[in-house]
Ligand binder design. Structure first.
Ligand SMILES: [Zn+2]
Length: 467
């Protein structure tokens, strides 16, 4: 019997073990998409206890706790920190076979060095031990990042952000690059005038442009894009149900934007035309700066109206959607490629039944300019687990080139999520190890598989992005 979480965890063959220990394990981490707080890194925050660093903001855990019958008071409510932790510890044994079970124990092991199973009997001891460690410099935000061998982090930022925290981090030069990512979701949300118009005001202030026309909006975005570029940004990101790729003319968009500014109601058709135009505009900015554009597609968000009203978004009430993807994705990328202005692109899919669709879609627009120019992104959110990662890598292997994959990212809000890279690396090495031991790959090429593993863990991302 293999044992839980030992050095060969998830590595079922000797070849997998060699690939992991000799090649994957020591590679630094490039976390090219996450939601960590740049302010916390700039201030080198120390967390006051394990609940604060581990449960606050973690909607994956809240969702499991609610499913386990834990009242909201212990998830997002006013229970005290240890009470919340206790409820989590009571829930953990019930998370068997959910990735939370693996993540929880991997995160206790690294960085804390705790190898005990978390359950009600061990809750107090583990809480106290971790909380004590969190008071030391070694376990400040920067301490943890160094311990986890993180080399580059890309946060997710709004175009109106001053990037002051990124600037402070850069000035401190503490041995780790923290770069912003341009995420302009709010610029697309023209259908919500109560948020859209005040946002335009702020965007205008940030850019020093009075946004009184569509042209002025484009000018403001260009200025912010330039500013982000000066501050090291090389990526954009979009969180969308699907790509919008309706036909439009510049004249139509100017008129639609004018209507929005005048608080006139827009038709659904007008909304979609505007979103389609804005996506193209942002894509062209990315191309002009040789950035990589990312699209996180397929989430059906805020399903629970009552909880949305009480807690707001990103609190654990989202699920996988089934939107029409293939045709709009094809149309959007084709439009950009047609004038040779398609930037490097990463497509993240949330609906696993569409894995093969994505894996074949990327092949339509690879043009030999950059290896793996169009990427099928790492298994995301609900799919960020063993089965989901295996399925994503199998689809990519079968229909594209796994060897050119830029690999894993955490997409996390927590500084304790870095073992997810280790999890991914073990799963990757296990897949290749199995193929070798089954005679599906020649054992004579071990040196190449080692290189390939190192590439997917680190080198491909290093070469792909212009950090
Ligand atoms: Zn994200």
């Amino acid at each position: 019997m293999m044992s839980f979480l030992d050095e060969n965890f998830l590595l079922q063959t000797e070849t997998a073990q060699r690939l992991y220990h000799e090649h994957a394990k020591h590679m630094p981490i490039i976390d090219y998409h996450c939601h960590l707080s740049p302010k916390d890194i700039a201030e080198d925050r120390k967390f006051k206890n394990l609940t604060e660093i581990w449960l606050e903001g973690d909607h994956y855990k809240w969702r499991a706790m609610r499913t386990n019958g834990v009242p909201e008071r212990f998830c997002t409510g006013d229970a005290d920190d240890f009470e919340k932790f206790e409820k989590w510890a009571q829930t953990v044994p019930y998370t068997v076979r959910n990735p939370l079970y693996h993540w929880t124990h991997m995160e206790l092991k690294r960085p804390f060095g705790i190898e005990k199973v978390l359950k009600p009997e061990t809750a107090r001891e583990i809480y106290d031990a971790c909380t004590a460690m969190l008071q030391t410099d070694e376990f400040s935000v920067r301490g943890i990042l160094k311990k986890m061998n993180v080399e580059i982090i890309c946060t997710t930022d709004d175009p109106i952000d001053s990037l002051e925290h990124h600037q402070k981090i850069k000035a401190d030069d503490f041995g780790l690059q923290v770069l912003p990512t341009f995420r302009a979701d709010k610029v697309l949300a023209i259908e919500q005038p109560e948020a859209f118009l005040p946002y335009l005001q702020k965007l205008g202030e940030a850019a020093g442009v009075s946004i009184d026309s569509y042209q002025a909006l484009q000018d403001a975005l260009k200025k912010r894009h330039d500013f982000f570029h000066e501050n090291g940004c090389r990526l954009s990101d979009h969180g969308l149900e699907t790509i919008y790729a309706d036909e439009f003319t510049e004249e139509e968009i100017k008129a639609i934007f004018e209507k929005a500014l005048n608080k006139q109601e827009l038709t659904q058709e007008e909304v979609l035309k505007y979103k389609s135009a804005m996506l193209v505009h942002l894509a062209l900015l990315d191309h002009s700066r040789d950035w990589t554009q990312q699209f996180h597609l397929g989430a059906l968000r805020n399903n629970n109206t009552r909880m949305m009203r009480e807690l707001g978004p990103d609190t654990g009430f989202d699920s996988i959607g089934d939107f029409d993807v293939a045709r709009p994705l094809s149309k959007f990328m084709d439009k950009l490629d047609n004038s040779d202005q398609l930037a490097k692109t990463i497509l993240y899919n949330l609906n696993p039944s569409q894995n093969e669709l994505y894996a074949t879609m990327i092949g339509n627009f690879n043009d030999g300019s950059t290896p793996g120019k169009i990427q099928f992104g790492s298994a995301w959110w609900f799919l960020d687990q063993k089965d989901g990662m295996e399925k994503q890598m199998n689809a990519l292997s079968n229909m594209g080139l796994l060897s050119r994959f830029v690999g894993m990212l955490t997409d996390s809000r927590s500084f304790l999520s870095y073992p997810r890279h280790e999890y991914f690396r073990r799963i990757l090495c296990n897949l290749i190890g199995n193929d070798v031991e089954n005679g599906e790959l020649p054992a004579s090429e071990m040196e190449w598989y080692g290189q390939l593993v190192e590439n997917i863990c680190y080198n491909n991302a290093k070469n792909y992005f212009n950090f």
